[in-house]
Ligand binder design. Sequence first.
Ligand code: ADP
Ligand code: ADP
Length: 237
Amino acid sequence: MIEFKNVQKTYPNGTTALSNINLKIEQGEFVAVIGLSGAGKSTLIRCINRMHDITDGQLLVDHVDVSKLRGKQIRRFRRRIGMIFQSFNLVNRISVINNVLVSFVPDLSLWRKLTGIFTKEQKLLALEALDKVGILDKAYIRVDQLSGGQQQRVALARTLAQNPDIILADEPIASLDPVTSKIVMEDFKRINQTMKISVIMNIHHVEVALEYANRIIGVRAGEIVFDGAPAEVSKRV
Ligand code: ADP
Ligand code: ADP
C-alpha cells in the first residue's frame, strides 16, 4: 500500500509542484494520474520511489516512511518498484535480452564488465519476462532495431524481471501511435490483472486512462481535484 499524508514538494528553485496531497493506493490497483502539463503528475509519481524527495508530510510504502530510507535500503526498496519512462531508457546497440538482463546489474556503470556472466537462471527469467509481453521472438535482436511500441515492451519486460510489487509509468505511451499505444496498455492491464502488480501511470490521454485504469486521479496545480472510478469522471476534469 502507498500512502501520501499531507505531502508537499517544493523544488529548490521555489516551485511548489505538490501541495497537501492525501492519498491511499492499495496493492493491485491500476491508477491513472491525469491533468494538464505542469500539474504535478510526474512529481507525484517520482516521489514514490524517491527519484524526488518530498519536502513536507509523509509518504509510506507498506507502512515504511520512504524518506527515512538510506543507501542500501533505498536500492533494495527500488527493486520492488519498476519504473517506465516515455523515452524507454534502454541501452542502445545491445540485444533485447541483454537490456532485460540489465535489471540484474546492481549498478549500471558496471554493465560492461558484467556482461556475459549472467546465470542460466537469470537468462531464463529474462526470456520469461519477454514472453509475458509477447516479444520473446525478438530476444536476440538489437533493441534499437525495434519499433517504439516494441521498445516500450522491452522496458516493461526489464521491469518484470525484477519481480516488482509496483510499476510506476511516466507517460509510457506519449511517444507512441494510437495502435501501438493500445498494445502497450493491454500489456499493462494484463500484468496488473494476472500478476496483481500495482500500476500507477501518468497519462495525458484521458480516453485511454478511462478505458484501462480502475481509478482516476485528477491533478491540477499540485492538488488532487478528482479521485474516483472512470465512470465518475465528468467532462470538466
Ligand atoms: P506534469 O508531470 O503534470 O507535467 P511536473 O510534475 O513535471 O508536472 O511539474 C510540476 C511543476 O513543477 C511544474 O511547474 C514544473 O515546471 C515544476 N518542476 C518539475 N520538475 C522541476 C524541477 N526539477 N525543478 C523545478 N521545477 C520543476
Ligand atoms: P518529461 O516529459 O520526460 O517528464 P519534462 O520536460 O517534464 O520531461 O522534464 C524533464 C526534466 O526537467 C525532468 O527531470 C523535470 O524534473 C525537469 N524539469 C521540468 N520542469 C522544470 C523546471 N521548471 N525547472 C527545472 N527543471 C524542470
